[in-house]
Design a protein around this ligand. Structure first.
Ligand SMILES: *[C@@H]1O[C@H](CO)[C@@H](O)[C@H](O)[C@H]1NC(C)=O
Ligand SMILES: *[C@@H]1O[C@H](CO)[C@@H](O)[C@H](O)[C@H]1NC(C)=O
Ligand SMILES: *[C@@H]1O[C@H](CO)[C@@H](O)[C@H](O)[C@H]1NC(C)=O
Ligand SMILES: *[C@@H]1O[C@H](CO)[C@@H](O)[C@H](O)[C@H]1NC(C)=O
Length: 592
């Protein structure tokens, strides 16, 4: 099996898992705003094993903007540091920009013991007296923040009206503060507050949710235990308060659908902050902006008026969402998976296409003595990813890593090759079942440069995926290798073919298809796809054309027979394992 080079031709395959079952399986995972396989972590967190974990304050970006105070008047150098401290201890709740002679206070207008609902008021440090909150623009997400601040961890009851008629005594005051939250804040002090007047006799309040009942059939069950009306799930708005109602959605109602099956509000589209983990919400934004400018005149004439109104309203606190975004922008991101421009024309041949120089700049070959049977994928530093069945752990000196090898016979003599220092085979690799068919090779840093293998050549690291939702069934990806066709002459040139990711392959391979495997093949049965040698890469490109090593060529049955797709090691499921060996910062594209 190890040296078996594979060709697959698939006429059809069955992928019968309905979106309903998909959603059900997703919901059992109990994803929340802290699940980084679905959303990006806040700048004061990092992504570890699918969860957003608090950073230590010193790990925040060092860029100081302004210092801030907690409700207990403790001063932090910046917002990120305060939030990372609050992450582990809730007493460090944000109050205001420093200095802090006074603190932010939220209470009910009529305060009583154990009160859960009613009009609320805030005392903002910048204002001498407390203020009521305007009813306009007050939505469930603001009410959720207020309830959480008042100690109701499930947030607001999203089936209840969150505004109330003013008592007679208060009706003469038209002043109020309008509130705009993102929905994941822990205090209204972090939301943007503007002075406004409101003639209406209603003001913002809360009906906080505190219940442990079972949800009804027409309700969605939030991870925090709250029940919300079903029609409020998958609408882009965080009704649950923990975001769990927006994270398992094959369709989105009146909102933007991220490929990872999450819904985000339409206002997050083209707002210069990436919200979909695949970046779709910030793609093709030039086109969208062009649309805007080409709007008819009467559509535009509303704008100046809106602007004028906005200016009248005076902000009474700093925009902490802006601060959050700034902190995020200071966090370095890893560059990987970006190819140099390709110029050469491609030549199509039967059974795959010949790769051109720089087309797969992460592809390497693993030389085992004099034999060249396996491919590998460069992932950065001195590290190459391959299949466990390609290597043996105790004999690193047998292997050499070959770079820039397009043609196995007519290659340049000065081709780069590196001796191997360490071989790390997965501890639970099972050669009988091909479970955990993954291994890492570390080469000797012969140039003694931090770039290691990337020194003085065109090698590019493929990005390592961190979430199994970055690419989905039906996505078209590329497999490459020096695959040999059975019964035909040896193929010496690096080839590639397009394949489609498939749903759960249990229907084809029964119990041999395991959790951390992925199937990929072609719908039309063309013979040129699903070709590659063991250990080589199945690479998927995101919307910005960044390459991720999605799979490692592992095994397949009845290769070349319709209906039997190739099976790959699903790399996203091994992000932690790889991180542990090569170091988190080498492969963490975000949230390092
Ligand atoms: C702050 O961030 C900016 C933009 O990334 C950068 O140019 C600048 O060097 C940073 N300053 C410090 C002190 O880190
Ligand atoms: C906040 O306001 C409530 C009600 O007005 C009051 O009882 C409480 O002492 C205030 N807390 C602080 C820290 O000022
Ligand atoms: C979609 O959202 C609207 C409100 O925005 C709601 O009235 C409608 O019932 C929702 N549709 C579904 C299918 O949930
Ligand atoms: C695939 O589907 C079967 C049932 O159809 C299920 O038992 C199994 O857990 C699924 N496997 C994966 C990896 O989702």
């Amino acid at each position: 099996m190890k040296t078996l080079l594979r060709i697959c031709a698939l006429l059809y395959f069955i992928c019968t898992v309905t979106s309903y079952e998909d959603t059900k399986a997703c919901l059992t995972k109990k994803y929340t705003a802290n699940s980084c396989s679905k959303v990006f972590c806040a700048p004061w967190q990092r992504c570890v094993d699918g969860r957003c974990i608090c950073k230590l304050p010193y790990q925040c970006p060092k860029n100081i903007t302004f210092s801030v105070c907690t409700e207990k008047k403790k001063v932090f150098a910046n917002y990120c540091q305060l939030k990372s401290a609050e992450c582990t201890n809730s007493i460090f709740r944000f109050s205001s920009e420093a200095p802090c002679p006074e603190t932010f206070n939220l209470s009910f207008l009529k305060n009583e013991q154990g009160k859960k609902s009613g009009i609320i008021k805030v005392k903002v440090p910048a204002l001498s007296s407390s203020s009521l909150l305007c009813s306009s623009g007050w939505t469930t997400k603001e009410a959720n923040v207020a309830c959480k601040q008042l100690g109701y961890n499930q947030g607001a009851d999203s089936s209840a009206e969150q505004t109330f008629i003013l008592p007679e005594a208060e009706k003469k005051t038209t002043d109020c503060l309008s509130v705009k939250c993102r929905g994941l804040e822990t205090s209204l002090a972090e939301c943007l507050l503007h002075k406004k007047t409101e003639i209406e006799d209603k003001r913002a309040g809360v009906v906080c949710y505190q219940d442990t009942r079972e949800c009804l059939d027409n309700e969605f069950s939030c991870v925090n235990g709250k029940c919300i009306p079903s029609k409020k799930s998958c609408d882009g708005e965080n009704d649950c308060g923990d975001l769990s109602d927006e994270l398992c959605c094959t369709h989105c109602n009146g909102s933007f659908h991220c490929k990872s099956n999450t819904c985000i509000p339409n206002r997050y589209r083209c707002n210069s902050e990436t919200d979909c983990i695949g970046g779709e919400d910030e793609a093709f934004c030039e086109e969208k902006n062009e649309d805007k400018t080409s709007k008819p005149i009467d559509g535009r004439s509303e704008k100046p008026q809106e602007k004028e109104l906005e200016e009248e309203h005076i902000a009474v606190n700093r925009d902490m969402d802006e601060e959050r975004r700034l902190a995020q922008s200071f966090i370095p991101t890893l560059t990987c998976g970006v190819r140099p421009q390709l110029h050469t024309r491609r030549k199509r041949i039967i059974g795959g296409e010949l790769a051109v120089k720089n087309q797969f700049p992460w592809q390497v070959a693993i030389k085992d003595g004099n034999a060249l049977n396996c491919g590998g994928i460069y992932i950065g530093g001195c590290w190459v990813l391959t299949a466990a069945h390609c290597v043996r752990a105790n004999q690193p000196q047998k292997y050499r890593i070959m770079l820039e090898l397009l043609n196995l016979v007519h290659h340049d003599q000065d081709i780069d090759s590196y001796p191997v220092k360490t071989v790390k085979v997965h501890e639970f690799y099972n050669p009988d079942t091909y479970e955990n068919d993954i291994a890492l090779l570390e080469v000797i840093n012969i140039h003694k440069k931090p770039e290691c293998m990337q020194y003085d050549n065109n090698l590019v690291a493929a990005c390592v995926p961190w979430s199994p939702y970055q690419f989905m069934p039906g996505d078209r990806c590329v497999v490459s290798g020096w695959g040999r066709q059975e019964g035909l002459a040896k193929v010496f040139h690096l080839k590639y073919g397009h394949v489609f990711l498939m749903e759960n392959c249990s229907s084809v391979y029964k119990e041999r298809f395991l959790d951390k495997m992925e199937c990929a093949g072609t719908y039309d049965g063309s013979i040129d796809a699903c070709k590659g040698d063991s250990g080589g890469p199945l690479v998927c490109f995101d919307i910005n054309n960044v390459a991720y090593v999605w799979g490692i060529v592992s095994w397949g049955e009845n290769c070349g027979v319709a209906g039997y797709p190739g099976v790959y090691t699903k790399v996203a499921k091994y992000h932690e394992w790889i991180s542990r060996i090569v170091g988190r910062s080498l492969i963490s594209k975000y949230n390092t």
